[in-house]
Design a protein around this ligand. Structure first.
Ligand code: MRU
Length: 349
């Protein structure tokens, strides 16, 4: 898969500008932390695992300018750089987990010089990048067994190569199933308001020659009633320890519909998307975005400018509605409260 969502290039972070897709494949070269922060906030780079990698590289940009040998000052700047990156977007826990890993580099090297710390940070960011690549493949391998030949699969938002630095989570499962020789079709919900499904998921799937059908979000119920969907699969931005899952707004609705129509509903996500500090979905912070994303469609006004708007970017799917969670350490089935912890313990997490 030749999609390079994020690349560290000699002191710069090159990202695909996802706001321009599918019309243009253009890159943004972030030479400083502010440019990258803005790219995250405006969704030029997005998707939970990609946000983790972007945050780690953002820290490198923020520390690039540090001069001198004063370790205390270095630690102070590292903290403020991480605090700044943490303000970019609130829901995807991968971003915070990556920042936590970057900060932990300092305590892991108590006697290192500033130069050595800089190198260790670069190495850690590289590890976060490489882990995401490996993890996508493992999620794909585990999830492929759930996709049967001639299935019709429904997905939402974009949990593919553009949301990671490899071939994705939910879409990774599909790419892996395709490699395993299965033929299937994918219905992609367009995913209002910012159309990640219409713009990004269909773009990716078509490049991989997967039979792809775009639908408006409000068509999913009818397709399910017509028996046209065998399985729903989505990514995640944050998973509580009881399995409650935050993902793009609209995911919860699909889960309720799938439950009503007796269709399996899967979440595909890496361990880095679990929040061990959160016991249920009620504690997951949900990003609210600007009204113009709802009153406009691709820059054109579709509603009176003075209308009041509510624009939550994510919703939380109750764990009772989730058939299983596909991770790099295997597929976790209910009861999630016990099985998530058990699986983590068994794998030494
Ligand atoms: O607002 P976005 O585009 O960052 O939302 C992304 C999603 O909701 C994805 O489904 C999720 O991050 C999983 S990506 C593998």
């Amino acid at each position: 898969m030749a999609i390079e969502t994020i690349k560290w290039m000699k002191g710069q972070v090159r990202i695909i500008d996802q706001r321009k897709l599918p019309r243009q494949l253009k890159y943004i070269h972030c030479k400083d932390i502010r440019t990258l922060w803005k790219a995250i906030r405006t969704l030029s780079v997005r998707g939970a695992p990609a946000l983790g990698v972007a945050a780690a590289f953002g820290v490198l940009l923020g520390m690039k300018s540090f001069k001198g040998e004063d370790r205390k000052r270095f630690e102070k700047q590292l903290k403020s750089v991480c605090d700044y990156m943490a303000t970019s977007r609130p829901t995807a826990v991968n971003l915070f987990n990556a920042l936590h890993e970057m900060k932990a580099v300092v305590s892991a090297h108590p006697r290192a010089s500033v130069g050595e710390l800089k190198k260790a940070l670069e190495q850690k960011a590289g590890e976060i990048f490489a882990t995401d690549q490996r993890v996508c493949r493992q999620i794909g391998k585990h999830g492929s067994e759930l996709i049967k030949d001639r299935y019709s699969v429904l997905t939402v938002c974009n949990a593919g190569a553009l949301a990671t630095v490899d071939y994705g989570t939910a879409l990774g499962v599909l790419y892996s199933a395709q490699k395993d020789g299965k033929r299937f079709k994918v219905f992609s919900c367009e995913t209002r308001p910012l159309l990640q499904g219409a713009r990004l998921t269909t773009w990716e799937l078509l490049r991989e020659k997967i039979d792809t059908i775009l639908i408006c979000d409000n068509m999913a119920a009818t397709l399910m009633k017509q028996g046209k969907i065998d399985l729903v699969i989505a990514g995640a931005d944050r998973i509580a320890m009881n399995g409650d899952t935050a993902n793009k707004i609209g995911t919860y609705g699909l889960a309720v519909l799938a439950y009503h129509h007796h269709i399996p509903f899967y979440i595909a996500a890496p361990v880095s998307t679990f929040d061990r500090n959160i016991q249920s979905g009620a504690a997951i912070p949900i990003e609210e975005r600007k009204p113009n994303e709802v009153t406009e469609l691709l820059g054109r006004r579709t509603a009176p400018s003075q209308v009041k708007v509510y624009n939550p970017a994510f919703d939380v799917t109750d764990h009772q509605l989730i058939t299983a969670i596909i991770t790099e350490i295997g597929i976790i089935f209910p009861p999630f409260e016990q099985n998530i912890r058990k699986k983590f313990q068994m794998q030494g997490y």
